[in-house]
Every structure is written in C-alpha cells, then in structure tokens.
Design a protein around this ligand. Structure first.
Ligand code: CA
Length: 229
C-alpha cells in the first residue's frame, strides 16, 4: 500500500462516507472509513494515513475535539466536513489546526480536488519548516538560533527538534518523555524540566530579550510560533 495515499474518512452518515469513498478511491486513494471519533483516534494512532477527513458532528465526540486530540500526537492534514455554512465552524476548524473545510452539501469531486490541493501543498512544504529564529541544517542537523549555531547535548537537541516540528503546539511532559527519553535509563519527573532549563540558558546566552520556549502551567511546553514572532 502506498503510504502517501491512505485517507481516513470519519463520518457517521454512511451514504456520505460511501460517496466520498467512491470519489477518492477512483482517484487512486486508499480509503478507510470510521463512524466514531474514538475508533478513528485509535486507527490514526496505529496507522499511517496521508490525510483525515473529519465530520464535525460525530456521535461520540465533536470533530473539533477529535481534531484537538489528534493534533496532540499527529501533524496529519485535516479536512473538515461542516454541516452548516456557519463561519464559526470554519474559523474554529482552522484555528485548531485543520487545513481546510467543506460545507455540506458538497460535491464529492470538490472534496477530492481539495484533498489533492492539501496533499500537494504539504508535499512541497515538507522538509523545509521555517521558523523566524531557528534554522536547522538539513545535513548536519545542527540548529542555529538567531544565526548563532547552538552547542547542544543530545537530549537538548532532540527536545528542541521536537518542539520545532510543531511551533505553537503544547507538548505535555509525559509526551516529551515518551518521544525523547523512551530509550533512556536514567530519568525522573524532573528530566524534561531540567533539559528545558539548560536549553533556555543556552538561548538566553545568545539573546537575552526573547523567550522562545513557553511554559504552560500544568500542561507542558511549546515553542513560540515562528510566524508570529
Ligand atoms: Ca454527522
């Protein structure tokens, strides 16, 4: 199976899902369908999909909650299906990290066209994430901050690299532990905090006046969004 062709449709109205499945399959995508948010999350955690299409009104949770949860572990492109042409839905959807939305009723061809555009946009943007202050050399992997190359320990490097993948996203300590220290033997509750502290000190050494790493009390850490900087 071509990993870049997998699409998950999360929609509780079977006729809509079928029409969409048909339109996307005939364009060469491998389509899976789920009726429930909970089941969809599990599928998305355990499988690779190129894109997810989420209905806003699902029986067990809203598509927005599903998107928020999904965004805590995945950067997968998301297209929302909204039932109203409500601008609120559109704005919420895009604010919480969706790539686009389509209002019902829609033509399946239109959805397929949007999917193509999103995937093309993602492909062309991959590998060169830009941040206002940080830059990573794609060959050496070394990171510079305000044009100063950083001298980081292995874990500081992994931590900063992770935060840089999704500026603005809040990473819980437990998630960072799982992502970065999963093979480490010697860790404690303070491991993440300790490394954030040393990393901050190194950044501060270069620029006193900016604080790129944000602490979210009781939640975790994020890197300031490069585009608002
Ligand atoms: Ca629905």
């Amino acid at each position: 199976m071509d990993l870049d062709k997998g699409i998950l449709i999360v929609e509780d109205e079977t006729p809509i899902a079928e029409v969409l499945s048909y339109a996307l399959s005939s364009e060469g995508y491998n389509v899976q369908h789920s009726m429930h948010g909970g089941e969809a999350l599990q599928l998305l955690r355990n499988n690779h999909f190129a894109l997810a299409i989420l209905d806003v009104g699902l029986p067990d949770m809203s598509g927005f909650d599903l998107c928020r949860e999904l965004r805590s572990f995945s950067d997968i492109p998301i297209l929302f299906l909204t039932s109203r042409c409500d601008e609120i839905d559109r704005i919420i959807g895009l604010e919480i990290g969706a790539d686009d939305y389509v209002s019902k009723p829609f033509s399946p061809r239109e959805v397929a066209a949007r999917v193509r555009v999103i995937l093309r946009r993602r492909m062309s943007g991959s590998g060169k994430r830009e941040h206002h202050w940080f830059e990573q050399n794609s060959e050496t992997e070394r990171i510079s901050f305000c044009n100063n190359q950083l001298d980081l320990t292995r874990y500081e490097q992994l931590l900063l690299q992770q935060l840089l993948q999704h500026p603005g996203r809040i990473y819980e300590r437990t998630l960072l532990m799982d992502l970065i220290w999963r093979d480490a033997l010697d860790t404690s509750d303070r491991t993440v905090d300790t490394h954030i502290k040393t990393l901050r000190a190194k950044l501060k050494h270069i620029r006193q006046d900016i604080e790129p790493i944000i602490t979210h009390r009781g939640m975790g850490y994020s890197l300031i969004n490069g585009t608002d900087a």
